[in-house]
Design a protein. Structure first.
Length: 130
């Protein structure tokens, strides 16, 4: 099944916006040495935002907006490849404990962020509706 061209375009435009946002944040607040906190924060906020988007009634009626904001913007904003490369860099320097803390901490924080958003989303959704 091939996605509709308008959905592909929505993902492409959204992805470009998300990647530009990530690049701007990484430039504005560079990671520095040690744990890459900027990438950690980007992945955490992006994971939580993606979970929130999936539950918003506002986006349920529009495939194009859902595609643009979900896999587009949030997919371009978050980055597994940067997190993997930064972990490899920590390991190459012999920083085993920070590398392990970064990998485990990133996974746990992102899953917790998603769980919290999904838990509180019905409350927010009800407030928006009233």
């Amino acid at each position: 099944m091939t996605p509709a061209p308008r959905l592909l375009a929505a993902v492409a435009v959204g992805g470009a916006i998300g990647a530009l946002m990530r690049s701007a944040l990484s430039t504005w607040i560079p990671d520095g040495d040690g744990i890459p906190w900027t990438t950690f924060a980007i992945n955490l906020t992006g994971s939580a935002a993606l979970a929130g988007l999936a539950g918003l009634r506002l986006l349920r009626g529009s495939d194009a907006w859902a595609a643009a904001l979900g896999p587009g913007v949030m997919g371009g904003f978050t980055t597994m490849s940067a997190a993997s490369e930064q972990t490899r860099s920590l390991l190459d320097r012999g920083d085993l404990a920070p590398a392990a803390a970064y990998v485990v901490g990133s996974l746990l924080a992102c899953v917790l962020g998603v769980a919290l958003v999904r838990h509180f989303l019905p409350v927010v959704d009800e407030l928006v509706e009233t």
